[in-house]
Ligand binder design. Structure first.
Ligand SMILES: Nc1ncnc2c1ncn2[C@@H]1O[C@H](COP(=O)(O)OP(=O)(O)OP(=O)(O)O)[C@@H](O)[C@H]1O
Ligand SMILES: [Mg+2]
Length: 470
């Protein structure tokens, strides 16, 4: 596997090269965007570690270029300690994850390993994911919010019908999970077959879905059954249906109307008895307006719409989801970990642009890396810790539902303290000077907000607390 490291700091490049070469990666390095582009053209990497700020531009631009050319390349952004916004932006632009500098090398190795795992799973899934007997119960889907309860009740009512369902929602909200729940509660005997319509080029997608005759095109050595036939008496899940071309949409519309498929290069029509579920993270009505999605197909699939709320629209689900994932990830580690009340509060406040998947990833990382039994704010990623309290300090808009001023002041305080620490290279007396505060109160707040490392902190904790809070 090939790894590309893009950072202008030579010592960091060298260090990371050594670390990852030892883990049997083939490592390339680049100091600038220009060098990185050249390296990618020469030999496409599987994973890219990319600094956010490069001498000739922003790492985010490189991220976007990479994702445009090949979405399956895993990109990890190296961000500054304080750039919460860029971290969120990176995740939105398709970064697999980000890590704040200075980082723990084990944490970075962990993320890189996760990318590899993720890729292996995707490779298996890309062409065809057929599940034979998956034990599936509703207990896998967590949600006590009214919105989720409503969705559960809809699923209960429609699972046993043959109606087409369109599941929409932001990335990571659980669309696929809901699709499976519908199938496994349908009593249908056939398989659940899922295909990501956005991941395949059109010609390949067509032959995957409908199959092909022998000799239909170069390379079609054998005749092939399509996924629609594979899902006979079961369910086909057309994921990312909004990404299909309009030509493909016409073909899908025909299949849904005629309930029959014709293989690529064939003349015979094969009748099918398949339940169709589709999912999209786009607003399809918007795509219809823009002319990229056919209205007639929309009405065909939107028979039963299920709209999954984003996680920030159902914050009351965050604690039970967090507990669910802690149990899931401490399962194979012996003791079940606990989460501190502070850390839980931070999880509840964060806006979760990546929804349940992001929460799941954060908890997995925390449980894997935390050595004690308690997940505290210290094991939270920076973006969660800070992102929460600063939705829009820059624009200074008062959100419609108001804000908690106290929390915001705290958030702004944390950010300036981190910035001061960064500028002083970690020297706290100097950081305190930048903020025109006494060293002692700097230490008090740094400790309170968990901004300094534990070992240093413990030496002072007791006395300071007594002095400041007599
Ligand atoms: N309500 C939930 N309870 C428990 N786990 C959930 C819930 N919703 C989502 N998840 C978990 O979050 C992850 C993402 O879910 P899923 O793949 O279904 O999302 P998606 O909407 O299909 O995302 P994408 O648009 O990115 O494909 C999965 O690991 C899933 O198990
Ligand atoms: Mg999905």
């Amino acid at each position: 596997m090939d790894l590309l490291i893009v950072d202008d700091e030579a010592s960091l490049r060298d260090f990371l090269s050594i670390v990852f070469e030892r883990e049997s990666w083939t490592v390339e390095t680049a100091a600038t965007l220009a060098e990185a582009r050249k390296a990618i053209r020469k030999n496409e990497p599987d994973v890219v570690l990319c600094d956010l700020m490069l001498p000739d531009g922003s790492g985010l631009d490189l991220l976007r270029e990479i994702k445009e050319q090949n979405p399956s390349v895993g990109v990890i952004m190296l961000t500054a300690h304080t750039s919460t916004r860029s971290a969120v932006e990176a995740l939105k632009a398709g970064a697999f994850d980000y890590i704040a500098k200075p980082f723990d090398i084990d944490e970075l190795k962990f993320i890189v390993r996760k990318i590899v795992q993720h890729r292996e799973l995707e490779d298996e899934n890309l062409h065809l994911r057929v599940e034979l007997e998956e034990k599936f119960t509703f207990s896998n889907i967590i949600g006590k919010s009214r919105k989720m309860q409503e969705i559960f009740s809809i699923i209960g009512r429609i699972a046993k019908t043959n109606s087409t369902v369109l599941i929409s929602g932001e990335s990571g909200t659980g669309k696929e999970l809901i699709a499976r729940a519908i199938h496994y509660n349908s009593g249908r005997r056939g398989k659940f077959v899922s295909i990501n319509c956005g991941a395949l080029p059109e010609t390949l997608l067509e032959s995957e879905l409908f199959g092909h005759e022998r000799g239909a095109f170069t390379g079609a050595i054998r005749e092939k059954r399509g996924l629609f036939m594979e899902a006979e008496r079961g369910t086909i899940f057309l994921d990312e249906i909004g990404e299909t071309s309009t030509a493909m949409q016409i073909k899908l519309l025909r299949v849904l109307q005629e309930r029959a498929v014709r293989k690529v290069g064939g003349t015979e029509e094969f009748p099918i008895e398949v339940r169709v579920l589709a999912a999209t993270n786009r607003d399809l009505t918007d795509s219809i307006q823009k002319g990229t999605f056919r209205e007639d197909l929309f009405y065909r699939i939107n028979v039963i719409p299920i709209e999954l709320p984003s996680l920030r629209q159902r914050k009351e689900d965050i604690p039970i989801l967090a507990e669910h994932f802690i149990a899931k990830f401490s399962g194979n580690q012996g003791t079940r970990k606990r989460i501190s009340a502070d850390a839980m509060r931070a999880l509840e406040k964060y806006s979760w642009p990546g929804n349940v998947r992001e929460l799941e990833n954060v908890i997995e990382r925390m449980t894997a890396l935390e050595e004690s039994d308690v997940l505290s704010t210290r094991s939270l990623p920076e973006v969660v810790l800070l992102g929460t309290a600063v939705p829009d300090v820059m624009s200074l808009e008062l959100p419609a539902d108001g804000i908690s001023l106290e929390e915001h002041l705290e958030g702004i305080g944390k950010i300036f303290m981190l910035k001061a620490l960064e500028r002083s290279g970690g020297v706290q007396t100097q950081a305190a000077e930048f903020l025109k505060m006494s060293f002692r109160s700097f230490r008090y707040y740094a400790k309170k907000y968990d901004l300094i490392s534990r070992d240093v902190k413990n030496e002072h904790t007791k006395n300071e607390e007594e002095e400041l809070n007599p």
